[in-house]
Design a protein around this ligand. Structure first.
Ligand code: ADP
Ligand code: MG
Length: 395
């Protein structure tokens, strides 16, 4: 796999370099609520610009339906990227059209341009390789080399991630390289005990990773919305908590096969509404009331999970333990995250919301060995799937 360092060693001054970055930040209107992904992209973009490259950044935001939509414009991202880089970032108002061509043509050495949201073009995510290829040809016409730095999208076979890498000399950016190295450490010879903390909203999203991790790890601490399907599988009533009834049988099977490894909450915080103003109680997991919903793990569980995490050699955490966005339900996530920070384990946070929780709850980012920018990509890697955007760089 050729890397950014190889490209810099070749010399990039005056060359146009297309960088696929992951700048998919959470927005409130046109305000970026967490700029972690923009910050993470700075080293690669900055190194290229400092070396005199004409940097063309491609990125997506949200899930527009293959057509321009003002609320998914990268304009706020261009502004933030420019502030953080300390150089102006020219935003094209299309993906590969006249504006994109003119913006790239107008770049000086060391200049940075951002193409508009690549998902405004329906070919970006097309299942048809010829359609994606046609778009990739247009990306390739805008640049002389390609750097893949959007780890959050390398599990997608998309035009700006996969197809363009077959059309230009392609290199792994610092972010993709660092992520792949960390994930290898989690899959080959992780230091024991290997403890996984898994939360988030849906069991169905995470069952594949749970199944493939169970044989390899020592414990999976379950929290978040998904713990209720496991509690239901144990025969407990879960009131109005998040429940995926069609997953109960699978959870039962996993509990029967790995009774010691799957650790479920002993207590939970229940609420009578999904709201920061709701009435709340902390109850044993067996006492969830009819009509109430569990929105966080309770303090006994935090202590128990914390004790297990304290003795871990390796920790992978994906998915908040509760609805951390609402203050009354943030303590479970905070407590588990703090226990990971306090442990001496090699610790990896994977998952967009989990990484955002670290920052929003004010936990020290350097308290973790690595905070992954790509939730889905890291989960798919840990499931043992090939990541197309990485495989194509290795080819
Ligand atoms: P990640 O992005 O880290 O992989 P997910 O996307 O799987 O995490 O899940 C994040 C979401 O899960 C958060 O928005 C959080 O509010 C929600 N969540 C956590 N616990 C619960 C719960 N008990 N009930 C409903 N939603 C929950
Ligand atoms: Mg998420």
């Amino acid at each position: 796999m050729k890397t950014l360092d190889d490209l810099l060693a070749e010399g990039v001054s005056g060359r146009r370099v297309l960088v696929r970055a992951d700048l998919n930040v959470p927005l409130d209107g046109d305000k970026i609520t967490d700029d972690g992904r923009v910050r993470a992209s700075l080293p690669t973009i900055g190194a290229l610009a400092d070396a005199g490259a004409r940097v063309v950044v491609a990125a997506h935001l949200g899930r527009p339906k293959g057509a321009p939509e003002a609320k998914y414009s990268l304009a706020p991202v261009a502004a933030r990227l420019g502030e953080l880089l300390g150089r102006p970032v020219a935003l094209a108002d299309d993906v590969v059209g006249a504006s994109a061509r003119a913006t790239v043509a107008g770049l000086a050495d060391g200049g940075v341009a951002l193409l508009e949201n690549v998902r405004f073009d329906p070919r970006e995510t097309s299942k048809d390789a010829a359609e994606r290829g046609a778009l990739a040809d247009e990306y390739a016409a805008l640049a002389d080399a390609f750097v893949s730095d959007g780890f959050g999208v390398v599990h997608r076979k998309q035009a700006s991630v996969y197809d363009v890498a077959t059309r230009l000399p392609a290199y792994a950016g610092g972010l993709v390289l660092a992520e792949v190295e960390v994930l290898k450490r989690l899959t080959d010879g992780a230091e024991r005990p290997y403890v996984v903390a898994l939360g988030g909203s849906k069991v169905s999203d995470k069952l594949a990773v749970i199944s493939s991790l169970l044989p390899k790890v020592d414990a999976i601490l379950v929290g978040g919305g998904m713990c209720f399907t496991f509690l239901a599988a144990e025969g407990l009533g879960v009131g109005d908590s998040l429940l995926e009834a069609e997953m109960i049988d699978t959870c039962k099977r996993l509990l029967a096969e790995y009774p010691e490894k799957i650790v479920l909450p002993a207590d939970v915080v229940i609420a009578d509404a999904f709201s920061a103003e709701a009435n709340t109680h902390t109850v044993l997991a067996a006492n969830i009331r009819e009509g109430w919903k569990g929105l966080d793990i309770g303090p006994i569980t935090v202590e128990r999970y914390g004790a297990i995490l304290a003795g871990a050699g390796t920790v992978f955490w994906n998915g908040p333990m509760g609805v951390f966005e609402l203050a009354p339900f943030a303590e479970g996530t905070r407590g588990v995250a703090q226990a990971i920070v306090d442990s001496a384990a090699f610790s990896v946070v994977g998952g967009g919301d989990s990484a955002a929780a670290v920052r929003l709850l004010g936990l020290p980012e350097d308290g973790f060995s690595h905070i992954s920018t790509g939730g889905g990509a890291s989960l798919e890697y840990l499931e043992g799937k090939e990541l197309p955007g990485v495989a194509i760089l290795e080819a």
